[in-house]
Design a protein around this ligand. Sequence first.
Ligand code: ATP
Length: 581
Amino acid sequence: MHTFQFIFHYIKKHKKKYLAGIITLFIVDFANLFIPRLTGTITDGLTARTMDWEGVKRCLIFIFLLGLTLAVGRFLWRYFLFGASRSIEYELRNDMFAHLEKMSVEYYNEHKTGDLMTRFTSDLNAVRLSIGPAVICIFDAVVMTIMIICQMMYYVNVQLTLLAVIPMFFICVGELYYGEMIHKRYLERQAAVSDFTDFVQESFSGVRVIKAFVREKAERYAFAKANKHAMDKNLHVIKLQAVVMPLLDVVIGLSSLITLIYGGYLALTGSISLGRFVAFNQYINMLVWPMLACGEAINMFSQGGASLERIQTVFNEEPEIFDRHDVADVDEIKGEIDFSHLTFIHRGHTEPTLKDITLHVPVGTTLAIVGRTGNGKSTLVNLLLHLYNTKPGMLLIDGRDINSIPLKVLRENIAYVPQDNFLFSNTLKANIAFGAEDEDMEAITRAARLSCVHDNITAFPDGYETIVGERGVTLSGGQKQRSSIARALIKDAPILIMDDALSAVDTDTEEHILKNLKENRKNKTTILIAHRISTIQNADIIMVLDNGEAKEIGSHAELMEINGIYRDIFEKQQLEGSDSL
Ligand SMILES: Nc1ncnc2c1ncn2[C@@H]1O[C@H](COP(=O)(O)OP(=O)(O)OP(=O)(O)O)[C@@H](O)[C@H]1O
C-alpha cells in the first residue's frame, strides 16, 4: 500500500473533523482579509476628511467583531484539526502495538527494541505534526496566498501586486528542492536516533554486566559516539533549515522593498490612494506567514513522510504465526503430545536443531528432557507453544496437528515457566496472577505455596503488594524463579512446561516443589527440562537429547540399564558430587 493510502485510511475516519477544521480555517483566513481594507478606508476617510467620528467608530466595531470571529475561529480549527491528528496518532499507536503483539519471537530477535521504541515516540510525533499542524500550514500557504493576492489585485493595483509577488515565485521552486533534501536528511536522523535509543536501552538492561566487567568508561565512550552521530545527523537537518529560513526572510524583504518603491511612486503620482498603499503594505506583511507556513509545511510533510515510511514497514511485516483458515473448532486440550519424526531448523542455520524426534506422551505423563547445553531442549518446548512453525504432522496435541489448533486455545492450555524468569514491573500479586482471569488472592497464595515462595513473599514488608523492579531486580534469582513457577501453576493448565525452572533453588526446596507438583498435577502432562538428574529421575519418561537427536528414551531405571549417555551423566554427577551437567 502506498504511504499516502495508508495514512488516508486513518484520515478518512475523521473526515468530519477535518472538514469542520478546514471550513473554520477558511472563514478565519477570509475574515482576516477585511482588516487591511478597513484600515485603508479609515486612512482614506481621515485624509480626505470624508469620515467623521461615527464612521471611525463603525469601522472599529467592525474590526472588533472581526477580531472576535478570528479568535473563535482559531480556537475551533485548533480543536478540530489538532484533535483529529491526536486521535489518529492514538489509533496508529494502538494499531502498531496490536500488530507487533502478533509478530513472532523471530521478529523480535531480528529487530532492535530501541528502534521499535523510536517508531512509537518520535516517528509517531512527526506523523502527527504532518497530519495536523502541517495541514493548517499548507492550507494557509495556498488558500491565504491566493486570497491575499486576489485582494491586492482587486483592491489596490494589479501591476504592483505582480511585481511584489515575483520574488515569491522563487520560493515555490526552491521549496520543492528543499522538501526532497530534508526528507533524506530526516530519514538518516531517525535511523541515528533509533541506534542511540537502542544503545541506551541495552546499557540500562545490562547495567549489572557493565559494572561487573568495569566497562563504564568504555560504555561512556561508545555512548558519546552514538550521541555524537545522532547530534551530527540532527545538525545536518538543522543546517538546511538554517539556510532556508533566512532566505525566506530575504525574499519577503525584497517584496516589501518593491512595494515601498513602486507603491510609494504610485501613491505619490495619485494612481492609488494613501489608504490603499497602507492596506497593500499590510497585505504584504500578511503574506509573510503563508510563505513561512509553506516552508514549515514542507518541513513537517517531509519529516512526517519519512517517519510514516518507517511506521509502515512495521505494518508491512506479516505475522509468521497465525491461525490458519481451516483451524479446528476446539476449546480445550487434554494434554496428549506426539512428536512424529519432528525435525526443525532455526532460521539462518544450515543444520537442523532437532532431528527426527518421535515420541508419544500420554495425558498425565511427566516427561523430562535432559541434554547438554545448546542441544535443542528449549527449542522443543518452544515448538509446543507454537512460537515457531513446524511442518504438518510432525507435532500433534490430542492427536491434532498443532497448526490446526487455535493459538489462543493452545497457549491458554499450556502453563510455561521460561528459562529467563522474566517478571513485569508490577506487584508480586499481579505477576503471579498474570495469566489468570482475575487477582483471586486464594488462588495466588495457593500457587505461591506450591512453588515454595509464599513464605518469602509474606516476609516482605508489603507482602504480595511488593513491587518487583524492572526484570525483578529486588528479588533474588531463586525468588524470581519460584514466583515465575507460581505464575504458571495458577493456570492449572493441562500441560505444564518448566524450562530449567529449578536451577536456582536448593535441593531441599526442589524436592518440595517436585512433591507438590506430583500431588497437584495428577492426570496432567508436565514437561521438565533440567540439567540435574535429581530433578528428573522420577519422571515417567526421560528423553536424552544429544546434538538434536533423541538418543535415549525411557524411565530412569531403563536408561541406567542401557549404559549410555544418561548413565554417564548420572555417574559423573554422583562422582563429582556436583549436581549439574
Ligand atoms: N531463535 C533462534 N534463532 C536461531 N537459532 C536459535 C534460536 N534459538 C535457539 N537457537 C539455536 O538453537 C540451538 C539450540 O538452542 P536451545 O536454546 O534450544 O538449546 P538448549 O538445549 O535449550 O540449551 P540450554 O540448555 O543452554 O538452555 C542453539 O544452537 C541455538 O543457538
